[in-house]
Design a protein around this ligand. Structure first.
Ligand code: HEM
Length: 199
């Protein structure tokens, strides 16, 4: 069976680095939010150290992934564009089992593009709200414009839940797309007849 390269080594490394960073930011963030309820770290100091380390790492890994997408000329394949809207009914028909074939969208379908674009934007919002919480002195005025520190903290917390829910959907869709799709994010290659998956 012929195999085709679908994810370069750089894209794969950045994917797993993003996954690690977002997982640790979510776990440490939930601990910071409610240490007695979500006690997965030995102390607040440790949770904050993890959070404050991985906030820089996620900004680097997501920022570099965006730069890399443009450098590879694949940004148009990944980012959602208003013209992708017309592809959504076909995708819904497929997921509702009304049609048994996913339309051929190319590398990513409109649902994936919408999710990846939203993640990039939401990491931007987490960066802005997070740094307001981190430097409430110098960035206090910005926090005030956004409704005060309590509001900034609430937004940062609620976006975390958007990540939790959408990552669960993402993992579920990879799971139902089959093992080859999952494996392609490790090896880079997928059998030619499955080259356009649906995670
Ligand atoms: C992108 C850069 C980020 C920065 C600069 C940042 C910064 C911060 C800071 C300074 C705090 C407060 C810590 C404290 O009070 O001790 C915090 C809390 C938190 N962060 Fe982040 N963070 C970032 C990304 C993320 C991400 C990606 C997630 C999850 C997807 C996340 C989830 C949380 C949660 C749940 C809290 C607790 C909020 C609360 O107390 O209600 N953070 N973050």
């Amino acid at each position: 069976m012929n195999k085709v390269l679908v994810h370069t080594l750089t894209a794969r490394l950045l994917h797993w680095l993003n996954m690690l960073a977002i997982t640790l930011l979510t776990l440490s963030g939930f601990y910071i939010h409610a240490p007695l309820v979500f006690s997965v770290f030995p102390s607040m100091d440790k949770a904050r150290l993890i959070h404050f380390t991985f906030m820089y790492i996620v900004i680097f890994s997501v920022g570099f992934r965006i730069f890399y997408a443009f450098r590879q000329g694949e940004a148009g394949e990944i980012a959602f564009h208003p013209r992708d809207i017309k592809g959504i009914p076909g995708l819904i028909r497929y997921y509702l089992f009304v049609s048994d074939r996913m339309p051929d969208y190319g590398k990513f379908n409109p649902g994936q593009k919408a999710m990846y674009t939203a993640w990039a934007l939401l990491i931007g919002v987490q960066g802005i709200t997070g740094f307001i919480l981190y430097w409430p002195g110098p960035l206090g005025y910005l926090g005030y414009l956004l409704g005060g520190l309590a509001m900034v903290r609430l937004v940062h917390y609620l976006i975390t839940w958007i990540f939790v829910c959408t990552v669960i959907v993402h993992v579920y869709l990879v799971f139902i797309s089959g093992f080859e799709v999952f494996k392609s994010m490790i090896t880079g290659y997928i059998p030619q007849n499955q080259a356009h998956g649906g995670q």
